[in-house]
Every structure is written in C-alpha cells, then in structure tokens.
Design a protein around this ligand. Structure first.
Ligand SMILES: Nc1ncnc2c1ncn2[C@@H]1O[C@H](COP(=O)(O)OP(=O)(O)OP(=O)(O)O)[C@@H](O)[C@H]1O
Ligand SMILES: [Mg+2]
Length: 454
C-alpha cells in the first residue's frame, strides 16, 4: 500500500512516515499541496493524509479535487484546529476519516490497518469478477476455437444480435455467457429462457409478463423476460423449437421494441441485446415451414457456429485437464492425472454429446476413482465399445442371422473397435476388455481381424 502525506509541518510528515514505514508501508510526503498533487499525478497512491490548513490551498478544496481526479485514493484529513463540523464536512466530500492534532500515532496505525484490510478485500472482489470471466473462458487450442474466441472478443462489445448454432453440448450457452461477460452490458442482467422447456401456452406470459387476473391463476402481476432483460441480454435458447404462433408475436416485439403484458394495456419498451441459440438447422426448418424466414433474418445478424468436438480433437487434452482440475478443486480432492492410453482413448472417441459429455465423463471418473492416475479401466464402457455405430448389414447378404451369428458379429466389431482405440496394443486391449491376452489372440485369429489393421 502506498501512502502520501501533505502537511506543511515537516515534523508531522516525518512522524507519520516513520511509524508507517516501520509497519512496512511505502510512504512519501510533500510540504505543500502543489507538490503533493504532482506526486499523485505521477504515481498511484492508495492513501493520502491531507492537512486542512495548507499554505497554498484550503484542504477541503484539495480533498474535493483529489476525489474528483483520483477517486480510488482514500483521504484522511488532518487538522490542528479541527471541529466536529469540519470533520463531518470532509466526510461528506469523500474523506475516509479525520485526525486531530496532536496526532495519536496508534490511531494512525489502526486506521491504516483497517484500510489495508478493506483494500485487500476489494482486490479479492475484483479478482472474483475476473474469475467469473475465467469461468466462461473458452478452453481450447484448436484453430476453430481460437478463431471463435477472436470473433467473440470482436463482437462482444457491439450491440448487434447474435445467433449461435451448434450440436448438443458444444457450448452454445457458454458462448452466450462469455459474450455477456465481455460486453458493455456485463453489469446488467443476462436473462435466459429455454423455448423448448417452457410449454407453448406458458411461453407468452413468460416473455411478455402478465397483469393480475390476465388468466385464471394469475394472482399477481408478473414481469416478463423481455422486461427483465432491459439494458441487458435476452438469451433465447432453443429458438428453433418455438411454435409458429409465438414466432409471429416475437417478431413483432423485435421489430418495434414494444409490447404489453398479457391482460394489460400499457406499452412497455425494453432495450435488450438478443442472443439466440439452436441446435437445429434453421434453413432446413424454414424450408419445411417450421420457422419464419423473416424472424430468421432478424435474429441472425451475427452468426456464430460452435463446431462439434469431433472436428476439433486438438482441444480434448486441454479440456480434460481443465475439467479434472475443476472437479478436484470443487470436491477438495488430490490432483489427478490420466494415463497416455486413456488419453488416446478419449481423443479417438467421437463424443456425440460433445463437451458436455466429455465433462460428465471426466467428472464421474475423477470422483469415483480412488487412484491418483486415471486409467482405461476407469473409463465408462461406452468409450470402449466405440462410437455406437456398429452396424450389422442384414440386407446385403440376404441372410437372417441366428442369435449366435448376431452375437459373433457384435463381438467381432466390439473387439475391433477396442483394438483400434488402443492402436492395436494387445496388452492394453486385453485390459480394457477385461479378458485374457491369449484368449484375445484367439479371437483375433478366429475373426481374422488382422486384415483390418492399417
Ligand atoms: N470450450 C469450453 N471450455 C470450457 N467449458 C466448456 C466449453 N464448451 C462447453 N463447455 C461446458 O460444457 C457444458 C455444456 O455447454 P453448454 O451448456 O454451453 O452447451 P450447449 O451447446 O448449450 O448444449 P445444449 O445444446 O445441450 O443446450 C457446460 O458445462 C459448459 O460450461
Ligand atoms: Mg444450451
């Protein structure tokens, strides 16, 4: 903490400087206001001791000027002729506290310690805001994610409406919240509504709000999401699932920025930035007359596509270590790592549920496994049985397989997938499948699997 003293009495300056330097603070002083003010301009001081009677300025005027230009610097006024009235006055102008001469050095130390605590608390609060931004940081190193991040940073501070598309679990909501955190509206609400989760007959009152008695059961006024999102962000999740009637009503609000609560006449205006998201292909929905093209053009000013995880496998290792750390920290566990084999398995898997599925799998493994090193044996069988696209082509051979044939076919594919996921490491595959190595060899032979080895 840096401290400046402005007082025309040199012995006062050195006394304060002496005691606070002993306490470990960084102190400087000036014998007149002009000189002190220059020091404030040159570097940031956390605390200023300011004499009320100075040769070149009225200390109260000085206080006002300092608070105007350096609002974060806390000012403690010093006066030899202090009265309670002056003290109250300076507090009103933003002084933190007030001292009377003769000074009590103990009291000075006490005030400074108190301020020190307060400032470090503020520091923590500020860094927790930073952590919040971190919380929605997009983890990834693939070109696709780096490009996406760059685009988000560019558009976050704009006001244009955004449409985020991508498969389930790719991180659409995560992206929407990141845009909010990085944007100008980050101290205003982020209001979310999931259009597929709210029943059609309720979505209207959810969005518009309703007056008391608007419908049976409306016992009091309800403020809708449009209104709540004023000055902030309205996040319409799964907008592709919104019914056509509601789409028409939404479009009208988006065009005029005006609406009324259900059962009410007042025209309400709301200024929100709209971010929509969907996992549907809206062009296709338009072609099949399930989505209005005029609404599409209105919401899709800035399109953002979040690619599926299988198209950015470079991100998998980083996401894994991020989710391991997160789970370990939240649950107060010891640090954990994963074996190379398990990493290979994770990277080769196709992740149909994208980042959400990866996150769930990692969390579950971290919590359930007692070892510090996670291994293939801890992995859920779905990863090993592969990418659930084992197909048995019944048509082609015109044969109707007996149960035994079907079972053999399944077993063959199952083992083959496991072999591929371990890069044909026999020992590891045997461990994954929990079978004897010799038995695995026999199976490889009997199904003639070697021919699939690349
Ligand atoms: N790049 C990323 N870095 C860190 N966490 C991520 C990333 N992408 C997604 N996540 C996390 O994965 C989970 C799923 O993401 P999110 O809910 O945003 O997906 P979604 O696309 O909205 O899914 P759905 O279509 O099912 O609604 C969340 O916990 C989210 O925080
Ligand atoms: Mg979502």
């Amino acid at each position: 903490m840096k401290i400046l003293i402005i007082d025309d009495e040199k012995n006062i300056c050195s006394a304060i400087k002496g005691i606070l330097t002993d306490e470990g603070y960084d102190c400087d002083y000036s014998l007149n206001y002009a000189d002190g003010y220059k020091k404030l301009q040159e570097s940031k001081f956390d605390v200023l001791f300011l004499d009320i009677w100075l040769p070149d300025i009225d200390g109260v005027e000085g206080l006002k000027e300092v608070k105007r230009h350096f609002p974060e610097t806390e000012v403690i006024m010093i006066s030899g002729h202090g009265t309670i009235e002056t003290a109250v006055d300076t507090i009103r102008y933003g002084a933190y506290d007030f001292l009377e001469k003769p000074l009590s050095l103990e009291r000075i130390v006490m005030i400074i310690k108190h301020l020190d605590d307060k400032m470090s608390l503020m520091q923590d609060l500020r860094s927790s805001k930073y952590k919040n931004i971190k919380k929605y940081d997009l983890i990834g190193v693939s070109d696709a994610i780096l490009r996406l991040k760059e685009k988000i940073e560019r558009i976050a501070t704009m006001n244009s409406w955004v449409l985020i598309t991508g498969e389930n679990g790719t991180g659409k909501e995560h992206v929407a919240r990141l845009i909010h955190m990085l944007g100008k509206r980050n101290d205003k609400p982020f209001v979310e509504i999931n259009c597929s989760a709210v029943p059609t007959e309720l979505i209207e009152s959810e969005l518009f709000g309703s007056e008391k008695g608007a419908y049976t059961g409306a016992v009091k006024r309800k403020i809708g999401k449009f209104e709540l999102a004023n000055e902030g962000i309205l996040f319409l999740d799964e907008i592709g699932d919104m019914g056509l009637m509601m789409q028409a009503k939404l479009l009208r609000v988006l065009e005029t920025g005006e609406f009324s609560r259900l059962g009410g006449n007042d025209v309400i205006k709301s200024d929100f930035r709209l971010i929509s998201a969907t996992n549907k292909d809206l062009q296709l929905e338009i072609e099949s007359n399930r989505f209005r093209s005029d609404l599409f053009y209105r919401i899709n000013v800035i399109p953002i596509e979040v690619p599926p995880l299988r198209k950015r496998k470079d991100d998998i290792p980083l996401l894994i270590s991020y989710f391991i750390n997160e789970t370990v920290t939240i649950n107060g566990l010891k640090e954990k790592t994963i074996t190379e084999e398990l990493m290979n398995l994770f990277v080769s898997y196709e992740w149909p549920g994208n980042v959400r599925q990866l996150k769930n799998v990692v969390e579950r493994m971290v919590v359930l496994s007692e070892d510090d090193v996670l291994d293939v044996k801890d992995a859920p069988s779905i990863l090993i049985s592969g990418n659930d696209n084992i197909e048995i082509d019944i048509q082609s051979d015109m044969y109707s397989p007996s149960l035994k044939e079907a079972r053999d076919e399944f077993e063959k594919n199952f083992i083959l997938k496991a072999l591929q996921s371990t890069n044909w490491n026999i020992a590891q595959t045997a461990r994954v499948l929990d079978m004897e190595r010799t038995y695995l060899y026999r199976k490889i032979k009997s199904y003639d699997l070697e021919k699939y080895k690349k």
